[in-house]
Design a protein around this ligand. Structure first.
Ligand SMILES: Nc1ncnc2c1ncn2[C@@H]1O[C@H](COP(=O)(O)OP(=O)(O)OP(=O)(O)O)[C@@H](O)[C@H]1O
Ligand SMILES: [Mg+2]
Length: 1014
């Protein structure tokens, strides 16, 4: 029940005269009536200076209360608009007060004519009272209405107001706004047919969820089979139990727009859908009061509500992802009120959202919430594999069910029986097809009457029913008037949901009424801006596909421009979308630029997203006509970025891209791009533990760079080459290149952060390792300088430095004391907050290898645990596989310590074989050392001989330079074997030799060990 009244109408009458007042009132009533009707309400009696309207049956109580609220806000808006005219013309202030109340009323036709409805009952009085206490321009709700809309309306604090005729004050609530409108304006739907098993299965899961054991439910099925309908039923059921519902819709045209779905879902869940920047940020902060401020800035960026003044934090995408996941998971776990999260049409989800949501949803079983994901059968991505997902596959309706469905729509008249049968047979259990056929027949006049009471005067034998669902929809679109057809075509280019404003941006005179009436689209949002949605994705698809390509291209082009100009602040977030539309428009050059721009935007946020944009740019460039002047350079640029960043995350098949890059660069004579791509590939090979290939490419890369005589490039790219050469035990090369970086870096700082923030610090560490391995001096100073350089400047470089310092040479050199642990701990903290996964792994390796040598047994145990976790992660995520041999050595130690010496030896043998085989020659010393130690400890048959063979293999491995660290290790092992053989004189001699060498290296640890040899 809605009551609206003009404030001080008597004063207005006095000022403008009765006739003009009538004019104003008539205009106001007309406008208000339109709004009320739009929301399915009925305008009641015209009370002279106010309006009364009823919202009621046949829809549910909640729904009509929501509609009334929306209408009230809409009427106020109209009144304000009218007030501007009145102010201009008459110089008086026109204001409206509105009151709402809900409850049983008896509505009946009292008068006649269009405004002849009125409603009586005690509830009516209450609505009028609410109106009387509403502030001018405001809307006041009674307690009963407030209860019904509490979920979706923004309400003021309850005010106790005194009203006429009541002794006690009653509660009243100011209506401040409505949220999440679209899902509340439920269309009047056909009765649900069948699906009883599915509904009760979901109901059971929902009950468990509310009890704290959440579930993820996948609903799969072909188009039109009833997935969305099932979800709407489930959502209704959930709301009735007080469960809040949040939905994200995926769309075909946003499947390439990173973060689209995840941002939508989170925006809905945090209630910031309709808020502007600052208000949205305040709202999220109010809900996450304990969150770290920096985390919240990342969260703003994800939701697209960043402060435009804020700069992007220098945080690696990996760390960003870790922090956002932790934040969202904590929010999910912390939520006590049950919620239902719906992801509609996962077959169109963008890749970044897909993987983020998969991470977020892992905690759902521990929350009072449920997730429902709908998808067509072709989708088999990550969201179908979330641990413990329940899948509901929707099969076609049975014939009796289809008949029931068709019968409810057609009605009982005997003339429709035969048509009904034909429809059931053709629809093959697809409810949407059945509905569309009926609409088609009704539009053609074959069926006459209205839903639920059709008659048919045509002989069924002469009626053709559409052959396919597409044909049915196509026929209905064809029948539209020109204006409506143009509108639906333009809308289809925009997407499943579209605003009237955007249609105007496409220079289309919108004819939306006709489309709404034909049930092709629905209005899903009224204020602050009108928004519409296709009734079904297939309608959009047919409208999209049935257009002339050239017309569509034109629309895409205009749309790209409209999106760009609509919201200059968030243009960056829309780069991928703009690129998509330009590509669809056939503007390849422009699309290329936007894809590249999208890649640059994403590179700091999500490397997989950036990679997708670069791939798109590559495709567009490849499709350019052969005579396009920039074609070659445009084909090279995205490939350079793809290969150059390959090390940041694994590609399926980047090797093919690299070969293409090589060829294109040869054509263009572009050595610099090739070198950048190659450097990325060097590390990519390292991650796959293809050390031999990495080393070979490293040589090629450096030869290329040196031939260019470009010092900046040397500074930028040596990092990759040094990493590979150190791993391959080619110390001389690593020494030489790190040396040149150290000489050049001051004068030629790296341009972009291509591989590492501080090439100088990295070079110092690499030189330190190389010097130490080669038995040269100066390495201590190199490490010290590097650590002090990076501590404050760049987390990734710092992680590299600490990683190499403690795990590269640590075991022999650095004490496993508290000072070391403090230094590592500090680096780890920084890495957790801002580094990529690889840098973080490096620091954890340093932590593990240090802890296992600590005096405290607890610490040692923790060390082995850290290393075991790391091994597991490397293998599972398939990165840093070059570190696997080292990690396996520790796993073997753990095995042996648990008494499984045989198992440890088996493991060490295979690790050693692998390390030699893959050219991972920097790790063969540790592996051989452990193997020999364990073989000699067992001393079974043939063990000593096997140990000796292992040492010989180590000694024979390249490089053969004498005086190296490797020679030292070999010496020690030879000594151990000699002793095991009982060859005392040789043993003594070798130990002596070893002691002398360790002393000359300045290795206290090794010297101590030599002293301790019996
Ligand atoms: N069991 C049912 N009883 C009555 N009507 C149904 C039933 N299932 C579906 N419908 C109706 O059929 C139409 C299509 O269903 P729906 O939109 O749920 O399909 P969908 O599976 O989500 O398709 P898509 O994959 O294209 O999104 C809707 O109008 C819906 O109300
Ligand atoms: Mg659907």
């Amino acid at each position: 029940m809605l009551f609206a009244d003009v404030v001080h109408s008597m004063d207005i009458a006095a000022a403008v005269g009765a006739e003009r007042l009538r004019e104003i009132m008539a205009e106001l009533v007309n406008r208000a009536a339109a709004v009320v009707q739009q929301y399915g309400g009925t305008v009641g009696s015209f009370t002279g200076d106010g309006i009364m309207a009823v919202f009621g049956a046949p829809v549910s109580l909640e729904d009509h209360a929501v509609r009334a609220c929306l209408a009230a806000l809409g009427v106020q808006e109209e009144a304000k608009r009218l007030a501007v005219d009145v102010q201009d013309r008459d110089g008086v202030e026109l204001q409206l007060r509105i009151g709402l109340n809900s409850g049983q009323v008896i509505a009946g036709e009292i008068g006649s004519g269009s405004y002849g409805y009125t409603a009586i009952g005690e509830q009516v009085g209450m609505a009028q009272r609410m109106e009387s206490v509403a502030p001018p321009g405001g809307v006041m709700l009674s307690a009963s209405t407030a209860r019904l809309v509490g979920d979706t309306a923004a309400l003021g604090e309850p005010e106790m107001v005194l009203i006429k005729g009541a002794e006690e004050p009653v509660a009243a609530h100011r209506l401040l706004g409505m949220g999440e409108r679209h899902r509340l304006i439920e269309r009047v739907e056909s009765t649900l047919v069948g699906r009883r098993w599915e509904m009760s299965a979901v109901e059971g899961l929902l009950e468990r969820a509310v009890d704290g054991h959440g579930a993820v439910v996948g609903v799969a099925g072909s188009p039109g089979i009833g997935k969305s309908r099932l979800v709407r039923e489930v959502a209704g059921m959930a709301r009735r139990r007080g469960v809040e519902v949040f939905t994200a819709f995926c769309e075909s045209h946003t499947s390439q727009v990173p973060f689209h779905a995840v941002a939508r879902l989170l925006r809905a869940a945090f209630g910031v859908d309709e808020l502007d920047g600052q208000a949205a940020r305040d709202r999220t902060r109010a809900q996450l009061p304990d969150a770290d401020n920096e985390d919240m800035v990342l969260f703003d960026d994800l939701l697209g509500i960043s402060d435009p003044q804020a700069t992007l934090l220098p945080i690696d995408p990996d760390a960003r992802r870790r922090r956002l996941t932790a934040l969202v998971n904590a929010a999910l776990l912390g939520r006590t009120r049950p919620a239902l999260y719906v992801v509609e049409d996962a077959h169109w989800i963008d890749a970044v959202s897909e993987s983020m949501l998969a991470d977020f949803f892992t905690v759902i079983p521990q929350t009072p919430s449920m997730v429902v994901i709908t998808r067509r059968p072709e989708y088999e991505g990550t969201l179908t594999r979330i641990h413990g997902t329940h899948t509901i596959a929707l099969i076609p309706l049975s014939d009796p069910e289809s008949s029931a469905l068709v019968a409810t729509v057609l009605g009982p008249d005997s003339s429709v029986g035969e048509v009904g049968e034909a429809i059931v047979a053709r629809a093959a259990g697809n409810p949407f097809f059945a509905q569309e056929m009926i609409r088609d027949l009704a539009e053609r006049g074959v069926l006459q009457g209205t839903i639920g009471s059709y008659v048919c005067h045509t002989d069924v034998a002469e009626v053709s029913v559409p052959a396919t669902l597409h044909a049915a929809i196509g026929a209905r679109i064809d029948r539209l008037g020109t204006g409506a057809k143009k509108t639906i075509n333009a809308a289809a280019v925009i997407g499943l949901r579209f605003t009237a404003a955007l249609l105007t941006g496409l220079e289309v005179d919108s004819v939306l009424d006709e489309l709404t009436k034909a049930e092709l689209i629905d209005q899903v949002r009224f204020t602050p801006r009108a928004e519409y949605a296709f009734r079904h994705p297939l309608i959009r698809a047919v409208a999209y596909e049935s257009q002339l390509k050239s017309d569509r291209a034109q629309l895409h082009r205009r749309l790209a421009a409209a999106i760009e100009s609509r919201d200059p602040v968030s243009v960056d977030e829309n780069t991928a979308l703009i690129a998509e539309h330009l590509e669809a428009a056939g503007d390849l050059h422009a699309a290329f630029d936007w894809h590249m721009r999208a890649g640059a935007w994403a590179a700091n946020r999500d490397i997989a997203a950036a990679r997708l944009s670069w791939e798109r740019a590559r495709r567009v460039a490849d499709a350019l006509p052969g005579d396009h002047p920039n074609r070659l350079a445009m084909r090279i640029a995205p490939r350079t970025l793809l290969c150059g960043s390959a090390w940041r995350r694994f590609h399926d098949d980047i090797a093919a891209r690299f070969e293409e890059l090589r060829e294109l660069c040869a054509q263009a004579g572009d050595k610099a791009s090739l070198a950048v791509g190659m450097a990325g590939m060097v590390i990519e090979n390292m991650h796959h533990a293809r050390i031999g290939e990495a080393s070979r490419l490293a040589s090629e890369c450096m030869a290329l760079v040196e031939s260019l005589a470009d010092p900046t490039l040397i500074v930028e790219l040596s990092f990759a080459a040094c990493v590979a050469k150190l791993q391959a035990a080619e110390w001389d090369d690593a020494l030489r290149w790190s040396q040149s970086v150290i000489e050049l870096a001051d004068r030629h700082p790296a341009n972009a952060n291509i591989l590492v923030g501080s090439p100088m610090a990295a070079a110092l560490v690499f030189r330190g390792v190389a010097r130490w391995r080669l038995g040269r001096g100066g390495w201590r100073e190199d490490f010290d300088r590097a650590v002090s350089m990076t501590r404050t400047i760049d987390p990734v470089s710092h992680a590299v430095v600490i990683g190499y310092k403690y795990s590269g040479i640590g075991p022999q050199v650095h004490q496993a004391d508290d000072a070391a642990l403090a230094e590592i701990g500090e680096a780890l903290q920084v890495a957790e907050r801002s580094s990529d996964d690889i840098a973080r792994a490096l620091v954890r390796l340093a932590l593990g290898t240090t802890l296992v040598r600590h005096d405290s047994p607890d610490r040692r145990r923790r060390g082995f645990e850290v290393l075991a976790e790391l091994l597991d992660m490397c293998v599972k995520k398939r990165f840093a596989l070059n570190a696997v041999p080292t990690l396996e050595v520790f796993a073997a130690y753990t095995k042996a310590a648990r008494g499984d010496l045989d198992g440890a030896i088996v493991q060490l043998r295979s690790t050693a074989d692998d390390a030699f085989h893959t050219g991972n020659l920097s790790s063969v010393e540790w592996v051989t050392l452990a193997l020999v130690e364990k073989l000699l400890a067992r001393s079974g048959e043939g063990d000593v001989a096997a140990a000796e063979a292992a040492v010989d293999r180590l000694a024979a491995a390249p490089p053969h330079a004498s005086g190296t660290h490797r020679a030292l290790v070999a010496l020690r092992l030879h000594a151990l074997v000699a002793r095991a053989r009982g060859d005392e004189p040789i043993y003594r001699e070798l130990v002596e030799h070893y002691r002398a060498m360790a002393t000359s290296f300045g290795l206290e640890g090794s010297m101590k060990w030599a002293e301790a040899m019996p």
